[in-house]
Each structure stands twice: as C-alpha cells, then as structure tokens.
Design a protein around this ligand. Structure first.
Ligand code: FES
Ligand code: FES
Length: 154
C-alpha cells in the first residue's frame, strides 16, 4: 500500500505491506534505528515517537495508519549539533545506563513536560508508567526530567 507522511521534517512516500508495524517501518525502511524495540507486547515504551504531536508507542500502530501523519523520532529533536533540553538533561544527570530505553524515555518525557511543565516527582513517575527501564532504578531519569522541565518551561 502507498503511504505518504512527514518524518523529522521530511516528506516521504513509501510502499508498505498492510501488516508492517510502524516501528518496523521506521527502523527497517527508513533506517531510523534510534527508535528501539524492547518487547512484543506494547509494554516497554522503547519505541516511543511523536505522532501528530502525541507521544505514542510506534509498535502499537501499523505503518498504514501513519498515512498523512507527521512524525518525529529521536533523530529529529535536536537542533543540529545542539541537543534538545531533554537530551541535555539526561546527559547531565546520568539519566541512563545501557541506554536501551533512553530514546523512548526522552520522547515520552518531552510530551509529559510540554503538557505540564510544573509536574511533581509523583506526576513524572506516573507519567512514565508506559516506559520501562531495566537498569537505572528511575531515580536519575526523574531528576533529568525535572531539570529539563525548568529549561523547557522558561
Ligand atoms: Fe513498543 Fe515495547 S517495543 S512498547
Ligand atoms: Fe538500560 Fe534503561 S538504561 S534499560
């Protein structure tokens, strides 16, 4: 099936099978491998992207459902060499260990902060329920998001 969409500011047209997952399409057809696959049950959040302005799990969508959509992946959030404030905060607060969950965490966290820059630590923990990290114990992730919120809320 023919689909057209905008991804990281670039218009693309593609031919996809009706059963191709959006996550697979992004990684394998577009080579945007920053979107990670950490489960096959739509639980881990490693595949989170922005779809029409919302953070979603890309493995929970078919590529054909993204026809006409505007998508941003982790590759599309920096401003050239300048990291997005959320990336910068993860870097400065050691908000990662192995890094596998990190792209999804960052993409989900950006929308959490955009929707509520004044989140408490509890709000952040609740907001991250759809993102699983197997390494960090979440403490530095929460700290990173709090820090980023002060920069993004300015
Ligand atoms: Fe999408 Fe785990 S790979 S939620
Ligand atoms: Fe390893 Fe989160 S840093 S899974």
């Amino acid at each position: 099936m023919e689909i057209s969409l905008k991804i990281n500011g670039k218009e693309i047209n593609a031919n996809v099978k009706p059963n191709t997952l959006l996550s697979t399409f992004i990684r394998e057809n577009l080579n945007l491998t920053g979107t990670h696959i950490g489960c096959d049950t739509s639980q881990c959040g490693a595949c989170a992207i922005h779809l029409n302005g919302d953070a979603v799990k890309s493995c929970a969508y078919l590529a054909v459902q993204a026809d006409g959509a505007e998508i941003v992946t982790i590759e599309g959030i920096s401003n050239g060499d300048e990291l997005h404030p959320m990336q910068q905060a993860f870097h400065e607060n050691h908000g990662l260990q192995c890094g596998y969950c990190t792209p999804g965490m960052v993409m989900s966290a950006i929308k959490l902060v955009e929707n509520n820059p004044k989140m408490t630590e509890d709000d952040i923990r609740k907001g991250l329920e759809g993102n699983i990290c197997r390494c960090t114990g979440y403490h530095n992730i929460v700290k990173s998001i709090k820090d980023a919120a002060t920069v993004m809320g300015r």
